[in-house]
Design a binder for this molecule. Structure first.
Ligand SMILES: [Zn+2]
Length: 159
C-alpha cells in the first residue's frame, strides 16, 4: 500500500518537480512536525542534498525519518544505530529532540551524518571501512563538517 502510494508519485526519467518534491519531503518529515525547529533544520539538510540522493531516499519505501523515544533508563547517546545489517532492513533515520535547539551548525552536521548512514545503508564508503568515518566523509562531501567547538558550546549557547 505504502509502496504503491510512493511509486505513484515517482516518475522515472523525469525531473521531480518542485511541488512534487515539496510534497514528498513534507510526507517524509511528518513525524518531526511537533518539533518545528528540528523539522525546519532537517528539511534544510534534505533539500540541500544531491538530487540523486534525494531520489534514492524518496523512491525507497523503507526510508523513514523519525524522532527517538528518549527513556531516562536507557540513557542518552548521540548516535542511533541504523537497524539491520548493511544493505538490508530498515533505512530509518532517527533524530534526537535535542537537535531542535542545539547549535544550528552542529545540528545540521548530525542530521547530514545520519542521512549519510542511510545513503550508505549503514555500510562503508569506498576504502573507508569504518561506518562512522564513512558517514562523516559523505557528510563532508555534501558540505557538512563538524563545527569547531565543544559539546558544551553546542548544547548551551542558543544558536
Ligand atoms: Zn553515525
Amino acid at each position: 500500500m505504502w509502496e504503491v502510494r510512493r511509486q505513484s508519485r515517482y516518475h522515472p526519467g523525469f525531473q521531480v518537480s518542485r511541488v512534487e518534491s515539496w510534497r514528498m519531503f513534507a510526507e517524509l518529515l511528518q513525524d518531526l512536525e511537533p518539533w518545528p525547529g528540528l523539522h525546519a533544520r532537517t528539511w534544510a539538510v534534505l533539500e540541500s542534498l544531491p538530487a540523486a540522493v534525494q531520489r534514492d531516499f524518496l523512491d525507497d519505501p523503507r526510508f523513514q525519518i523519525t524522532i527517538d523515544n528518549y527513556t531516562p533508563e536507557a540513557g542518552w547517546t548521540l548516535w542511533m544505530p541504523v537497524p539491520g545489517p548493511p544493505g538490508e532492513g530498515s533505512r530509518c533515520v532517527v533524530l534526537r529532540k535535542r537537535l531542535e535547539w542545539c547549535h544550528a551548525g552542529f545540528a545540521a552536521w548530525v542530521i547530514a551524518h545520519e542521512f549519510a548512514h542511510a545513503w550508505l545503508r549503514n555500510g562503508p564508503w569506498g576504502e573507508i571501512s569504518d561506518v562512522e568515518e564513512a558517514a562523516d566523509a559523505v557528510a563532508a562531501v555534501w558540505g557538512y563538517l563538524r563545527p569547531p567547538g565543544t559539546w558544551a558550546d553546542f548544547f548551551s549557547i542558543p544558536s
